[in-house]
Design a protein around this ligand. Structure first.
Ligand SMILES: [Zn+2]
Length: 282
C-alpha cells in the first residue's frame, strides 16, 4: 500500500438519544459529530471522505416537509465548522479537493458537496439509485435532503463498481481498489443506508478502516451491541445492517490492530480529531 496522509475532524454535529444508539443505554441526548476525513494521496492529491454539515442544512430545512427533519434533529454547524473554512488554515482552496468519496447520501455526510466544484465524486450505484428513486416529498424521512446534492452531480459522479478494480475478500465477498494502486480500499457496508461504503487505508503510522454508520458506537463491533430497533424506521434495511455489522465484527477479530472509525462514535473520534490541520499526526 502507498502511504496516505490523514486528518480527521468534525464539521458540525446533531444530537441523538443514547438509548437509540445502543439498546439499553440511558435516556439522554448525546452529540453525534459529523466526522469527515481529509486524505492526501501521493499521486491523486487531496481527497475527502464525506463532507459533514454546512449552513445549507438550515436553508434546505426551512420549509415543510424537510422542516420535519430539522425539528426532529437539532443540528449545530458554525462557519468555522465548515470544511471549506477549515482547509483554508493550510492554504487549501475548495478547488484543490480533487476527489470526494461519499459513504452514503445522508445529510450529515454530504452537506459540503456543493462547495467542491472541482472534485470527482465516488459512490456506489445503489447509493445513488436510491437517491434518484426516492420522492422529494419523503426523502427527508430517510435522511436525504436533495437540495444538498450538486446539480451537476451526474457529470462528476463515478460509480465505484465501474471504475475500480474488484478483489475477492474472505469476509466481505468483494472489495474495490479505488485507484488501482492498493492505497484506498472500498468496502460495502449496506443497511443503514442503501449502498453505504467504508474505506480502508494505511498511513505511515497506522491502518484505518472508516466504517461510516455501519456502527454508531465501538461497542457495536467490539461486543455486538445493536442500536434500538426503532431506528429501523429510517434505515434502508435492518437485515443488511446486521449483516454488515457482522462483517465489521469479523474484520475486527481478524485485524485487531486496524483502527476502526465509526463516524459518530465520540469515544473513538475524540482521540483522533484536532482543530489544527496536521497531515503527519495520524
Ligand atoms: Zn451519519
Amino acid at each position: 500500500m502507498k502511504a496516505i496522509k490523514l486528518y480527521l475532524n468534525y464539521a458540525g454535529h446533531c444530537f441523538a438519544n443514547a438509548k437509540h444508539v445502543v439498546k439499553g443505554d440511558k435516556d439522554e441526548m448525546i452529540k453525534f459529530h459529523a466526522l469527515f476525513a481529509l486524505l492526501h494521496h501521493p499521486k491523486k492529491g487531496w481527497i475527502l471522505f464525506d463532507t459533514g454539515y454546512t449552513s445549507r442544512f438550515y436553508e434546505s430545512t426551512k420549509r415543510y416537509p424537510n422542516k420535519i427533519y430539522a425539528n426532529a434533529t437539532k443540528v449545530v454547524v458554525t462557519d468555522t465548522d465548515e470544511i471549506k473554512n477549515q482547509i483554508k488554515s493550510i492554504g487549501l482552496e475548495t478547488s484543490d479537493i480533487q476527489h470526494i468519496i461519499i459513504s452514503h447520501f445522508h445529510a450529515d455526510h454530504i452537506g459540503g458537496l456543493k462547495d467542491f466544484n472541482n472534485a470527482t465524486m465516488y459512490c456506489t450505484k445503489k447509493a445513488y439509485q436510491k437517491v434518484k428513486e426516492i420522492s422529494d416529498l419523503f426523502a427527508f424521512s430517510k435522511g436525504i435532503l436533495k437540495d444538498l446534492i450538486p446539480d451537476d452531480i451526474e457529470e462528476r459522479l463515478v460509480f465505484i463498481e465501474d471504475f475500480s478494480t474488484s478483489n475477492t475478500d474472505d469476509i466481505f465477498g468483494v472489495t474495490y481498489d479505488l485507484f488501482q494502486d492498493d492505497s484506498v480500499i472500498i468496502y460495502n457496508l449496506p443497511g443503514h443506508a442503501a449502498g453505504q461504503i467504508g474505506v480502508e487505508f494505511e498511513t505511515q503510522k497506522e491502518k484505518y478502516f472508516l466504517v461510516a454508520d455501519s456502527c454508531w458506537d465501538e461497542r457495536a463491533y467490539k461486543e455486538g451491541k445493536l442500536p434500538n430497533s426503532i431506528v429501523r424506521l429510517f434505515f434502508d434495511s435492518w437485515k443488511d445492517y446486521k449483516d454488515s455489522l457482522e462483517k465489521v465484527i469479523s474484520y475486527h477479530k481478524k485485524f485487531p490492530d486496524v483502527i476502526i472509525v465509526p463516524t459518530h462514535c465520540s469515544k473513538t473520534t475524540d482521540n483522533l480529531v484536532s482543530n489544527e490541520i496536521n497531515m503527519d499526526v495520524l
